[in-house]
Write a protein that binds this ligand. Structure first.
Ligand code: AQP
Length: 346
């Protein structure tokens, strides 16, 4: 279980979150992360949003692709509604404090904590001996990302719950080990809500993921209207008949629950409300309605993304400004950390 503390952090509330520049963004990334970021910004939260390219290199990336992939994620963040003047949007590798704090946290985190991480087990597969040390250390870098800004809240999808708990443990242990109660906040997830766990369109028990080899398992943000409609039409359901009438009836039907959840998240409705409208109807009615809704919600974002990428000067200027703003927050904090650790002061 995550540690708790006697003295709690009393600094300002602040959000941090990141997205890796690896492959195409999908509906899960949008609903679990991007859409939440924009909603939180609009609700008045101070937010720091990062394209985490240091995380991306924990797995091999195609030669020369990293900068373009980074620009795509930056474009997606902006297209989803993050405003570089209101929020801080930047590229992780342009703020050196992330890597410096990672090293210090490497000496705070315990091997046993990292060995429990299921994402490492999943991603390293059967050949864990050949995985990069970086992949193993990924959650420590993530803790540094959050805490180098003393961020208190982290909007992410449910797959990141375990990593977030590790961040809390690192923060608590640092505070304890260096006898600085309340120095780092113990960051809390903002995970709940529709869209926290979007599943594969082909298997309702597996999360929708960039790395799934089956293209039809996910809806990409850059998919055109026809492709989105086709993928939804072909999405797996089951042989248990028409749409369920209640949430209880839906419980043993993971594929159906996923489609209803997607509808709910896109429409800003609850599952109950979706079932009140579509319960008892056939999938021949529900799927086209879902496809239409997905296109309606995603196409303005896709369009804006394409427009930004056609003339990347705006993105690049935003990232430069974001790096400056992020550095301005991180530098004084890493300075404090150096003092707390007791390094030589020049
Ligand atoms: N299926 C999902 N449902 C809800 N949220 C999701 N996220 C990812 N998948 C889902 C959230 O998206 C954010 C960005 O995550 P990332 O950049 O770490 O992307 P990822 O985890 O590499 O994306 P994938 O598709 O999950 O990649 P692979 O295939 O590598 O596993 C995070 O907030 C994440 O929770």
């Amino acid at each position: 279980a995550a540690m708790t503390e006697q003295v709690s952090y009393s600094g300002p509330q602040r959000i941090f979150s990141g997205i890796q520049p690896t492959g195409n963004l999908h509906l899960g990334n949008y609903l679990g992360a991007l859409k939440k970021f924009a909603d939180l910004q609009d609700a008045g939260w101070e937010g720091i949003y990062c394209v985490v390219d240091l995380h991306a290199i924990t797995m091999p990336q195609p030669k020369g692709a990293l900068a373009d992939q980074t620009r795509q994620i930056a474009a997606a963040m902006m297209a989803a509604g993050l405003d570089p003047d209101t929020s801080t949007i930047f590229v992780q590798s342009s703020v050196r404090a992330h890597t410096e704090l990672t090293w210090i946290f490497n000496c705070v985190a315990r091997m046993g904590w990292l060995e429990k991480m299921t994402q490492f087990k999943d991603k390293s597969g059967k050949d864990a001996e050949r995985a990069s040390v970086g992949l193993f250390d990924y959650p420590v870098l993530q803790a540094a990302d959050i805490l180098v800004y003393k961020a208190t809240h982290v909007p992410v999808g449910e797959d990141q719950k375990q990593h977030l708990e590790l961040s809390r443990n690192v923060a608590a242990r640092f505070n304890q080990q260096y006898d600085v109660p309340g120095f780092f906040p113990l960051p809390e997830g903002l995970i709940e809500g529709p869209g926290a766990r979007i599943m594969s369109l082909k298997d309702g028990t597996k999360k929708m993921s960039k790395s799934d080899p089956a293209e039809t398992s996910r809806i990409n943000l850059i998919d055109d209207t026809d492709t989105i409609a086709k993928k939804i039409k072909k999405a797996k359901t089951d042989t248990l008949g028409d749409m369920p009438e209640t949430v209880e009836e839906m419980a043993p039907r993971p594929e159906v629950a996923n489609l209803v959840g997607i509808y709910a998240a896109l429409a800003g409705m609850s599952d109950e409300q979706v079932l009140a409208e579509y319960g008892g109807k056939g999938f021949g009615t529900f799927k086209p309605a879902l496809a239409e809704l997905a296109v309606e919600k995603l196409s303005p974002i896709t369009q804006k993304m394409r427009q930004l990428l056609d003339d990347p000067a705006e993105i690049d200027a935003a990232m430069a400004k974001g790096a400056e703003k992020a550095n301005a927050v991180a530098e004084p904090i890493i300075e404090e950390v150096r003092r707390v650790v007791g390094f030589w002061q020049v």
